[in-house]
Design a protein around this ligand. Structure first.
Ligand SMILES: Nc1ncnc2c1ncn2[C@@H]1O[C@H](COP(=O)(O)OP(=O)(O)O)[C@@H](O)[C@H]1O
Ligand SMILES: [Mg+2]
Length: 206
C-alpha cells in the first residue's frame, strides 16, 4: 500500500513501447502532483505528440465536460468554514482529535456536492486521505455508508484479530481464510465501542 502511494511505478526493462510514450505515462503517474501535467488538455497534447496522432476534434461531450467542471465561484464563507475545520483536524491529528461532523444541507442543485468536491481537493493537497460513503433512504445493506470508506481504511490500519474478524462480517472479500469472527462478536458491539459520532453542526446553504 505504501509503495503504491509513494514509490514511482517500475518501468518494465524489456518494453518495446516507444520511449516518448513511456515518458508521458510516467508523467501521468508521477506521485508528485507538481510533476504531472498541469491539466487534461496538456496531457492530451503530449499524448498525441508521443504517438504521432492529430488532436481529436472537440465533441459535444468534451465541451459539456468543460461546463461541468466550470470554475468554482462564490461559496467563500462556507468553504472557509469547512477548510478551517479540516485545518483544525490536520493540526490536531497527532493528538487523536476525532474531528467534527458537519451537515451541509440545501435543495438539489444548490451546489452541495461541488462544495464538498472543492473541500476534498484542498484537503488532499494538504496530504489528507479523504474518504466518502453514501447512504440511501431504503433498501440499504447494514452499515451501507461505511462499506466504501472501510475498504480504504482497512488497507492503511493495523487491525487486531478481533477487529479484522468483525469487519470480515461486513466485507468478507477483504480478508483471508485465516481471519475468523470471534465467538459472540457482532458488528453492533464493535461499532458501539468504536464509532464516535456527536452533534452535527450546520452549514447554511442558500
Ligand atoms: N460554487 C460553484 N461554482 C461553480 N459551479 C458550481 C458551484 N456549485 C455548483 N456548481 C455546479 O452546479 C451543478 C449542481 O451542483 P451540485 O453540487 O451537483 O448540486 P447538489 O449536490 O447540491 O445537488 C454542478 O454542475 C456543479 O458543478
Ligand atoms: Mg449532490
Amino acid at each position: 500500500m505504501q509503495a503504491i502511494l509513494y514509490d514511482p511505478p517500475p518501468i518494465p526493462p524489456d518494453t518495446d513501447v516507444d520511449r516518448a510514450l513511456v515518458d508521458v505515462i510516467l508523467k501521468l503517474n508521477n506521485k508528485a502532483p507538481d510533476e504531472r501535467f498541469p491539466d487534461a488538455a496538456t496531457a492530451l497534447v503530449a499524448l498525441c505528440e508521443a504517438t504521432n496522432r492529430r488532436l481529436p476534434p472537440e465533441t459535444i461531450e468534451i465541451r459539456e465536460s468543460y461546463l461541468q467542471a466550470a470554475r468554482f465561484v462564490g461559496r467563500q464563507r462556507e468553504l472557509s468554514q469547512l477548510t478551517a475545520a479540516v485545518d483544525t483536524l490536520a493540526d490536531q491529528a497527532d493528538k487523536g482529535s476525532p474531528g467534527s461532523p458537519w451537515l451541509v444541507g440545501g435543495e438539489s442543485g444548490v451546489g452541495k456536492s461541488r462544495l464538498l468536491d472543492e473541500l476534498r481537493i484542498r484537503a488532499m493537497v494538504k496530504g489528507a486521505a479523504v474518504l466518502w460513503g453514501e447512504a440511501v433512504a431504503e433498501g440499504a445493506l447494514p452499515y451501507h455508508m461505511w462499506r466504501v470508506p472501510l475498504r480504504r481504511l482497512i488497507l492503511s490500519t493495523d487491525l487486531s484479530q478481533t477487529e479484522a474478524g468483525i469487519l470480515k462480517t461486513l466485507l468478507p472479500d477483504m480478508f483471508g481464510d485465516d481471519v475468523i469472527a470471534p465467538e459472540g462478536a457482532s458488528t453492533t458491539s464493535f461499532w458501539t465501542q468504536s464509532a464516535g459520532c456527536s452533534s452535527a453542526r450546520h452549514v447554511p446553504s442558500c
